[in-house]
Design a protein around this ligand. Structure first.
Ligand code: PSV
Ligand code: MN
Length: 414
């Protein structure tokens, strides 16, 4: 970085600090919080999958095995200092080449050690409930053999989480139906709840279980775990180590996810996020720093569930995106940057002024105070914080300049 560029960053930071001080906001405190923010990246974004209807197209340089996914995740952490864990999908991530029902927890010992060598660790463990044999449902399958195999797969995932990762297991079930009459709906519910009970009891005490919901896919007529209320209902029945996983792409158009976040915080249930941007259905695009993202972070900050000193009180933060056309590492770095921008903006919200406007029922005034922080350019804060920690001021630009993409293309796209 040139001297001129560095000076502009320092000047920008000083100016921002001055204007924040006028609002009684301490930029140094915001910076401390910002630097404590961590988010997990998904192993699967780096792997081999194509553009679906665009034939076999894959952005160049996909990871061809579990180790290469770790390499990519570790490089994202190296450039941002904010992604020290990688979420894994058991059965998709195959440190040992066996079918999912044959996976053993200790198969992941080597991968966990490899991750450590690369400076990161394994994060959320996702049993893969949408592989072979699950066309008729996973944990609610009417077939005892399939259901029992998957329960066992989840219990193994819990063991991986306890021994080799962070003690967190997250579940997404593809259970639903395409036509009325196709499924016995209440029996399906009952089987699913009984399966979760076996997993919760069999998975061991050191595990937190987050249940993801999704309005649609693959079932077009009915979906077993379709909304936050259903996830919460199952979690409450299980016990205090179970909670809700919110994936931004899993809602109907127009659903106010910020409200869902506020509701979950108010109940104090364990919870977590799969961050992405949803334009249409579950398109899993990279995160953008839009008003929704900012509003969500305002709630997370108010609820003290992000960078809380007591780690157990924090929600679990993960990115879930599948960049089938764009460069995957660019997309993940863009997401991390967007999350940091959204978090920084939420930290700069003048909460005192906002509370006064709310009390006075000053509707537009409150909205303008809310937007004032959103409209503040926080990039000088982010950039200074990064360069002073030896990180590139802009992670995507840092990646472009690093030569990593050329290296992986040469090694992997033979
Ligand atoms: C399902 O659409 C989902 O959001 C779940 O989180 C899966 O684990 C992930 O995508 C990967 O398919
Ligand atoms: Mn998800």
């Amino acid at each position: 970085m040139s001297k001129g560029q560095e000076k502009r960053i320092r000047d920008g930071y000083a100016l921002l600090g001055e204007s924040l001080a006028e609002r009684g906001i301490d930029i140094a405190e915001a910076r401390k919080q910002l630097e404590a923010f961590e988010v997990e990246v998904p192993s699967w974004v780096f792997g081999e999958f194509g553009g679906g209807r665009f034939g076999a197209y894959m952005p160049p340089g996909p990871a061809r095995n579990a180790q290469q996914k770790i390499d990519d995740a570790a490089f994202c952490h190296k450039l941002t200092g904010a992604a020290p864990r990688v979420a894994i999908h058991v059965g998709w991530d195959k440190p040992v080449d066996v079918e999912f029902e044959k996976v053993k927890a200790d198969d992941f010992a080597g991968l966990a050690a490899y991750a450590k060598q690369q400076g990161i660790s394994l994060g959320a463990v996702n049993p893969t409930l949408f592989l072979k044999g699950t066309y008729f449902g996973s944990l609610s399958s009417p077939f005892d053999k399939v259901r029992n195999q998957l329960i066992e797969h989840c219990i193994v995932s819990c063991e991986i989480a306890r021994k080799y990762a962070d003690g967190l297991v997250t579940y997404w079930l593809p259970d639903g139906s395409n036509y009325p009459g196709q499924r016995d709906l209440w029996r399906q519910e009952k089987r699913c709840r009984e399966a979760f009970r076996k997993i919760y009891d069999g998975g061991g005490k050191g595990v937190t279980h987050l249940i993801e919901y999704k309005l649609f896919e693959p079932g077009t007529y009915s979906t077993l775990i379709s909304d936050a209320g259903t996830s919460k209902d199952i979690a409450l029945e299980l016990g205090d180590r179970a909670g809700v996983l919110v994936d931004l792409g899993h809602h109907a158009h127009g659903v106010n996810v910020t409200q869902i976040v506020a509701r979950l915080i108010a109940t104090g249930i364990p919870a977590g996020f799969h961050f992405n941007t949803r334009y249409a259905a579950d398109d899993d695009h990279a995160v953008e720093p839009n008003t929704q993202m900012y509003g969500i972070f305002c709630e997370l900050v108010a609820g003290n569930v992000v960078t809380n000193r007591s780690r157990a009180k924090n929600w679990a933060y993960m990115i879930d995106q599948c960049s089938s056309l764009e460069n995957r590492v660019h997309a993940i770095l863009h997401s991390i940057d967007s999350l940091q921008i959204s978090f920084a903006k939420a930290l700069l919200l003048d909460r005192k002024a906002l509370a006064e406007a709310q009390k006075a029922n000053d509707i537009i005034g409150a909205n303008r105070i809310f937007l004032d922080a959103f409209l503040t350019d926080v990039r000088p804060l982010l950039r200074l914080s990064r360069i002073e920690r030896g990180l590139p001021a802009d992670p995507v630009e840092g990646y472009r300049a690093s030569g990593y993409q050329e290296k992986i293309q040469k090694e992997r796209d033979k």
